[in-house]
Design a protein around this ligand. Structure first.
Ligand code: A3P
Length: 316
């Protein structure tokens, strides 16, 4: 940690400094150490499934959908009251490698976890633990969201944390300036998305690429895609359709955000106080940026997106 904390840092879009490394900006020097330890120590298995996202892209939702889908044999989604997602926060059900699993002095023993093991990460594709790419079969589920909504969601999330630390809120223009300069956690946004997009193009069987906005439009179709991707497809008949609907309902914003565990519970991450689970639920819609960003800022972000994604095959 001492060596990493001597790396360049910036206040960026964060209440604590962001630390720079060769793949972008890390949310704190401790999560950077967690990512290094994960790289060195995580031994991927062919059955492992990793959720990868930028913060505020829908991580909480995709973790819940993946957990509910993969564990549906042991935990039927229709039995919602008894489901682990009703008593534990989504970030306890699927933990981040860099800020939860490898966040302690001792390296954890993950051998006893049942297959398929589910983990999450915010690191760019190029910074994934090396065993992930080297292990045939190990799969990655990426979710991408409109950068304007990612910015707004992160800015408001950070302002809550700043307020809790007695810090002044950051205004939207300052936040947008940092974001456009790439100084956002695990950013630049565009490099992160492109890294996973290219990996998906190269190996669609290994990397699934989903979009938050499309998931909002048709969650059931995306739960089916997710299940197929991880090799656990739902049946075509009525039973399959009911199960898919039960997963969608179990993981809906309205249901999860209303649970006691997500209203009053907390989750501990490395490098700071435990975060309120409620801070991961705000509005949960696509396009809320229109209520917060100026037309000029939106245009600036769209222009960067268009320029960066040009020729990649990734639509804006
Ligand atoms: P908003 O701030 O736009 O509402 P992350 O989980 O990556 O931190 O992202 C948080 C964003 O996802 C927040 O967006 C939050 O409201 C939204 N979200 C959380 N749970 C969700 C769910 N079950 N369905 C849809 N969106 C959800």
């Amino acid at each position: 940690p001492a060596m990493v904390s001597s790396l360049p840092s910036s206040p960026g879009l964060f209440s604590i400094p962001l630390y720079r490394h060769d793949q972008g900006w890390h949310a704190s020097h401790v999560s950077m150490v967690g990512a290094m330890v994960a790289d060195a120590c995580f031994a991927a298995r062919p059955t492992d499934i990793l959720v990868a996202t930028l913060p505020k892209s829908g991580t909480t939702w995709i973790k819940s959908l993946l957990f509910a889908t993969v564990r549906r044999g042991e935990h039927p989604p229709a039995a919602a009251a008894d489901h682990p997602l009703s008593s534990s926060g989504p970030h306890e059900c699927v933990r981040f490698l860099e800020s939860q699993v490898y966040a302690h002095d001792e390296v954890p023993d993950l051998c006893g976890l049942p297959d398929p093991r589910l983990f999450a990460t915010h690191v760019p594709y190029a910074a994934l633990p090396r065993s992930v790419a080297a292990t045939a079969g190990c799969k990655v589920v990426y979710v991408c969201r409109d950068p304007k909504d990612v910015l707004v969601s992160f800015w408001l999330f950070q302002n809550k944390i700043r307020a809790a630390h007695g810090q002044e809120p950051l205004d939207a223009d300052a936040a947008a300036g940092f974001f456009c300069d790439g100084v956002s956690p695990f950013g630049p946004y565009w490099d992160h998305v492109l890294g996973y997009w290219r990996a998906h193009r190269d190996r669609p069987d290994r990397v699934l690429f989903l979009r938050y906005e499309e998931m909002r439009r048709d969650p059931a179709a995306h739960v089916r895609r997710l299940a197929e991707f991880v090799g656990l497809p739902f049946g075509d008949g009525d039973r399959g359709a009911e199960e898919v609907d039960a997963v969608v309902r179990l993981c809906s914003f309205e249901r999860l955000s209303g649970l006691e565990v997500n209203r009053a519970g907390k989750t501990r991450f490395v490098g700071g106080a435990a975060l309120d689970n409620s801070s991961f639920f705000r509005r949960g819609v696509a396009g809320d940026w229109t209520n917060h960003l100026s037309v000029e800022t939106a245009r600036r972000i769209d222009a960067i997106t268009e320029a960066k994604f040009k020729g990649s095959g990734l639509s804006t």
